[in-house]
Design a protein around this ligand. Structure first.
Ligand code: SF4
Length: 474
């Protein structure tokens, strides 16, 4: 890798590592599935179905690299938590109104993430899906995903998933090399994972995604190729590749930064090698017929090369379609209601508390609904037109297909797009963006330096607007 690229790869680590299910993401109607930005009518709320995300913050063990709002809790808490999430789903209509957002009852994607949703008891999983189906109209072709840790998928769990209409499973594999998995606290082995994949497939759930992490302790170029070989040989239609995030928010990251050796920190590959592993994955997966469609995401063609088995839910995040999150540390984005639209607001974003304690505190209040609304309001960001345009750039550019400038002009006006022309021209001249047939895309080099590219689309005034708005509410 060229030195310049090596020096800059650090910049991309966080953005590549932070996507999955985060402010995380539905089967669009056919026209939307082809290209959200292809026609101005798609920006009408009438064409956008809702995505639903439910966070289950419980895990059997806490992986050393994990900085998510998840942990190991007593099973005695599970039932209460499920009850709180169901109550939150029941109150979704009121909540959306109080936050100034539009709520579409049509749901075309549901995503249970966390955490490890498959640790819930069968009746608890059923209650969550019943609450969603009671309060929303789930489209027959909806994509319904549940994140599972390999080795948590018993025959009973598979039966419950099928009974709940689940048609996609995302498996947190991270590595097919047992030494690497165990070094970060995972409880599964390669053999267990392959067995889980076979059992899911034979039960009828063939739409399986595998998560891999580049940069795990003990990982080498050779061992990484083993994980990629197993991934390709498994034939799963979707793969997500993240680079290990080294920061203070995880035990492993903090130990690496401190130069210690706990959690196998001294066996963590350096940034250069981690970046090389990521690039190797892009090349190897492409050769194996698994095409990159987003910075961290890869999918096989559906049939005969038409369409991809991409994550419809995650596409909502990157194409600014509405989604509603429930549970701990769940993020939402709704189109602004009429009152806010009249003041120039395009959308509202808000999030639930990022700890189980904080989330559950509202349930103990004398008026749980009001307490919950107060917390959500405190997190609310009003996205004005300028911020919405910037989001369209830096979220849409994550996708390999990029964005359509013509559609952005229809949506935001010629004048607004003109304000970004200088930045676009600079980035094209720097070899980070390319512009062809109306679409603006990251180049390969731009994908490596995506954080730099995205930052260039952010105006100072927008950042200040967000800060001011947050202060006003808090
Ligand atoms: S299973 Fe997933 S959410 Fe749970 S600790 Fe491990 S990485 Fe974090």
């Amino acid at each position: 890798m060229p030195t310049e690229t090596r020096d800059s790869t650090r910049l991309k680590l966080s953005i590549i590592a932070c996507t999955q299910t985060r402010p995380t993401m539905f089967v669009f109607r056919e026209i939307i599935a082809k290209d959200y930005f292809s026609t101005s009518t798609l920006f009408s709320a009438n064409y956008l179905s809702q995505g639903i995300y439910i966070s289950v913050p419980f895990c059997r063990t806490k992986c050393s690299f994990c900085n998510f709002a998840s942990g190991v809790f007593s099973r005695a808490l599970f039932d209460r938590y499920v009850g709180q999430v169901c109550a939150e789903i029941e109150a979704a209509d009121d909540m959306a109104r109080q936050l100034g957002g539009q709520l579409d009852r049509h749901v075309d994607s549901i995503y249970l993430g966390g955490g490890t949703p498959s640790v819930l008891a069968p009746d608890q999983l059923q209650r969550l899906f019943q609450a969603v189906r009671k309060n929303f109209e789930v489209e027959p072709a909806a994509e319904i995903t549940v994140e599972c840790a390999p080795s948590t998928i018993s025959g009973e769990v598979v039966d419950v998933l099928l009974g709940c209409g689940v048609n996609r499973v995302s498996l947190g594999v991270q590595s097919f090399v047992d030494k690497e998995s165990s070094s970060v606290g995972r409880l599964h082995t390669r053999a267990i994972t392959l067995d889980d994949i076979a059992r899911l497939r034979s039960s009828g759930i063939g739409n399986i995604s595998i998560d891999l992490i580049a940069g795990l302790p003990h990982q080498t170029e050779e061992s990484w190729q083993l994980s990629l070989s197993e991934t390709l040989a498994s034939g799963v239609p979707h793969v997500s590749v993240y680079m290990l995030e080294v920061d203070e928010d995880s035990r492993l990251g903090a130990e690496v930064l401190a130069g210690g050796s706990r959690y196998h920190a001294h066996f963590v590959p350096d940034d250069d090698l981690t970046a090389d592993l990521y690039l190797a994955a892009c090349q190897r997966l492409a050769k194996g017929g698994v095409q990159q469609y987003e910075i961290s995401n890869f999918a096989r063609p559906v049939t005969h090369g038409i369409g991809l088995r991409d994550s419809k839910h995650n596409l909502k995040y990157w194409t600014r379609q509405p989604y509603l999150g429930f549970g701990v540390d769940a993020h939402s984005m709704l189109l602004a209601g009429d009152d806010l639209q009249a003041t120039g607001v395009d959308a509202v974003r808000f999030a639930t508390p990022d700890s189980l304690e904080g989330y559950s505190a509202a349930a103990n209040d004398a008026n749980p609904i009001a307490a919950r609304a107060e917390r959500l309001l405190a997190s609310r960001t009003l996205v004005n037109a300028q911020a919405a345009l910037e989001e369209s750039f830096f979220l849409g550019l994550r996708l390999n297909r990029g964005i359509s400038l013509a559609s952005l002009k229809v949506r935001f006006g010629d004048q607004a797009i003109r304000t970004c022309e200088r930045v676009m021209a600079e980035l094209i001249s720097d070899g980070l963006l390319e512009h062809g047939a109306d679409r603006l895309c990251l180049t390969s080099r731009g994908r490596l330096l995506s954080n730099e590219v995205f930052a260039r689309f952010l105006h100072e005034e927008t950042i200040n607007h967000r800060d001011t708005e947050a202060q006003r509410i808090l």
